[in-house]
Ligand binder design. Structure first.
Ligand SMILES: Nc1nc2c(ncn2[C@@H]2O[C@H](COP(=O)(O)OP(=O)(O)OP(=O)(O)O)[C@@H](O)[C@H]2O)c(=O)[nH]1
Ligand SMILES: [Mg+2]
Length: 248
């Protein structure tokens, strides 16, 4: 398809009006983009098809039914691997992340090729308090589930995956909706993947569309943390032994 082993995956749901600017600034860097649409409206699908035709270096993957962000990223990773890419940068379609950081993140991934490279969000005043508090609770659970402070933020939608190591783990996740970003990090960590976190500016534009359902997604994320906690207990001997070896 092209020389680079890096591509980008943009899951899109109800963000058909912001994704073009995001995709454009990525393909301008000669990075191939997989846009994954599942269950958008026919009007939105038409907009996405137009973008894929208009911009070079875009593959549009479309499904009739909505199955969640995690499902979309998984399908994007499968397609990226089939197309010969070794690394994928996951990027949200709503333009909240500072795309100037892309070069730096790819450089970091090249320096640490076996690691997951993730953004560590730097918010401005536009961040809703409820989202900030949700992150704090999740980060507390993550520390317990991984027995470490190695994951300072598990919800950032801007990250670089080594595809070969990620796919076997992502295929078995239980939460394919908003908990996906969290679950994949915990499970990759359990597999022993090292992770690097670097700051990235995140803004919440006025009138921005969010798919995060405050009650439903928070309940499903809490349930997921409960399951992760008990799975951690089962793995406790292995995780502790690894921790002792590392510290010791
Ligand atoms: N294909 C697909 N993409 C999704 C789905 N849900 C969310 N997304 C995408 O995942 C990314 C993050 O979704 P957002 O709605 O911004 O959720 P969020 O960033 O966790 O929430 P905010 O912090 O409120 O913006 C965006 O690119 C969405 O378009 C889904 O069901 N299918
Ligand atoms: Mg968002």
């Amino acid at each position: 398809m092209q020389d680079s082993i890096y591509c980008a995956i943009i899951p899109v749901y109800r963000h058909e009006n912001t994704v073009e600017a995001v995709a454009r600034s990525i393909v301008q860097k000669d990075i191939h983009v997989f846009i994954v649409d599942d269950g958008n409206t026919p009007e939105a699908k038409k907009i996405l098809e137009d973008i894929a035709q208009k911009l070079p270096g875009i593959t549009l993957i479309s499904y009739a039914q909505n199955s969640g962000k995690g499902y979309a990223v998984t399908q994007g990773l499968e397609a990226a691997q089939k197309a010969g890419f070794a690394y994928a940068v996951q990027i949200d379609a709503d333009g909240q992340h500072d795309l100037n950081a892309l070069d730096f993140f790819i450089k970091a991934s090249k320096k640490h090729p076996d690691n997951l490279i993730s953004g560590f969000p730097q918010y401005d005043a536009s961040v809703p308090k409820s989202r900030e508090n949700g992150r704090k609770i999740t980060n507390f659970w993550i520390a317990i589930e991984t027995l470490s402070f190695d994951i300072p933020d598990a919800m950032c939608g801007f990250r670089v995956y080594p595809i070969k190591q990620t796919l076997p783990v992502i295929r078995k996740l239980s939460n394919l909706r908003m908990g996906f970003d969290i679950e994949i990090l915990v499970k990759l960590k359990w597999k022993g993947m090292e992770m690097n976190f670097y700051p990235i500016q995140v803004t919440y534009p006025e009138n921005g569309i969010s798919n995060f359902r405050m009650v439903k997604d928070n309940i499903s994320i809490s349930w997921m943390h409960t399951k992760l906690f008990f799975s951690m207990l089962v793995r406790l001997p292995v995780l502790l032994a690894r921790k002792l070896r590392k510290n010791g």
